[in-house]
Each structure stands twice: as C-alpha cells, then as structure tokens.
Design a protein around this ligand. Structure first.
Ligand SMILES: *Cc1c(COP(=O)(O)O)cnc(C)c1O
Length: 239
C-alpha cells in the first residue's frame, strides 16, 4: 500500500466538515448532551496527508487511521502537525510494537494476545497506552472484538495486571445496515453494558467510541463520546 495522492478540494472539505460538526451539535442538543463531551475523530485512512493538513488547518485535532504503515508514514512526514492520532482499525499483534506509545488512543483492542503485545511495548517505553476494548455485540464471526460474555473476565483478568495499558472505555462496530435506526439498539446496548461493567469492576470506562458516517447521530443520541467519521468529511476512499 502506498501513500495516496489526490486533489484536495478545500472548499468542499470545509463545507463537509461544517455540516458534520453542525449535525453533531444538533444531536447533542436533541439528547441534552454537551457538545464538548463528544469528540469527532476524522477518519483519514486512505486519504492523503494534504487532506489531514487541510482539516488541521481548520483547527481540527483528532484523526483516525486504520493501517499501521499508512499512519506511520503520515506521522513521519508531518511531525509538525499539532494533532492527536487515533488507531481505529484491526491490529495484528505482531504490529503492536509500532502502535504502542505512538497513538493518542487505540480504539481496537480485541484480543488477549494484542493486549499482551501492546502492554509489552508500552512498558518497554515506560509509558501507558490508553486503549478502548472493541466489543463484538452481535457475535459476528467475521468481525473481531471481545464478546459480551468474555468482557468482564477480559477486564478483570487480562487488563488489571497490565500496567502499560489504561482502559478508557468501549468501542463498537455494529453489523452494517443502511438504516441507522436498525443500528441504534446496538449503541444503546453498548452503553448499558458499560454502565453494568463500571458497577462490577473498579473502572469507570468513560469513553464510548461508536457511530460512523451513516449513523453518528443515532450513536450520539445513545451516548457516544467519540464518533469516527470518514466518508462524510473526506469523501469516498481510494483503495
Ligand atoms: C473506516 C472506519 C470508519 C469510518 O467509516 P465512514 O463510514 O467512512 O465514516 C470508522 N470506524 C472504523 C473502525 C473504520 O475502519
């Protein structure tokens, strides 16, 4: 995979961005939430570094990437950018060493093995990596994530003795449906699961990363603290 070259239409990008921010504000208002409690993670995977620069130029701070090599290249080429990089994609444990300590937040902690490798690297760097646990609520075979049944054990037995990892909350990739109202029950279920876990463990798990271009409004109404929006801001991706 190589870096992406594309023409950046700054006007279009700015208007897309304003529209998304506006919709977030409306969803917050509708559900009685504060806009500052919802972080927009602009998903820049498979979009060019100039796209990131253009959005950062509008004052945006949080960017999401899914591919280790592409993310590292962007970081290396733009050390001057004052942004927070989020790792949101599937991560093979043999690549954990590149990620730990380099990202503001890893959204996609989805296995015991990955926890072990991220922790090992974070401890070697003498740092603590903030992470979210990806939950597979629908039990979809093809999707990664910790099942609801395994989650409490994962938090108590796998994470509690890993000093290099700081679990901040949960992340969800629900089954795809073109109708976002069909996805809403999963968002609600993740929030309820978090509330239950926070009562049963000694972790607050304040962050809920859920909602993408198609359904971030519903996710916010159900309690998302982070939405991951790519296409609605940057347009279709290059593959
Ligand atoms: C690509 C991706 C997104 C963004 O999806 P859009 O539909 O383009 O908004 C969000 N979350 C994850 C985990 C992704 O891989």
């Amino acid at each position: 995979m190589t870096m992406i070259t594309e023409q950046v239409d700054e006007k279009k990008l700015a208007s897309n961005y304003r529209k998304v921010v506006d919709e977030i504000a409306k969803a917050c208002e509708k559900s009685g939430r504060k806009q500052k409690d919802v972080t927009l993670v602009a998903v820049s995977k498979r979009h060019c570094l100039d796209c990131v620069r253009a959005l950062a130029g509008l004052g945006h701070k949080d960017f999401g990437e899914s591919y280790v090599q592409e993310a590292m290249e962007k970081m290396d080429q733009a050390p001057d950018l004052d942004v927070r990089w989020h790792f949101i994609g599937g991560l093979q444990s043999n690549k954990a060493k590149y990620v730990a300590g380099n990202f503001h937040l890893v959204h996609s902690l989805d296995s015991v093995k990955l926890a072990k490798e991220l922790n090992k690297k974070a401890e070697a760097l003498n740092t603590v990596q903030d992470v979210l646990i990806q939950v597979n609520l629908a039990g979809e075979e093809q999707k990664s994530g910790i099942s609801e049944q395994e989650l409490q054990d994962f938090i108590i037995n796998v994470l509690e003795n890993k000093k290099g990892l700081n679990p901040k909350g949960l992340m969800l990739m629900p089954p795809w449906d073109p109708d976002p109202e069909k996805t809403r029950p999963y968002f609600r279920q993740l929030r309820e699961l978090r509330d239950r876990l926070a009562g049963e463990t000694n972790l607050a798990l304040p962050e809920l990363s859920m909602g993408m271009s198609n359904d971030f409004i519903q996710a916010i109404e159900e309690g998302a603290t982070m939405v991951r929006v790519g296409t609605s801001i940057f347009g279709e991706r290059a593959y």
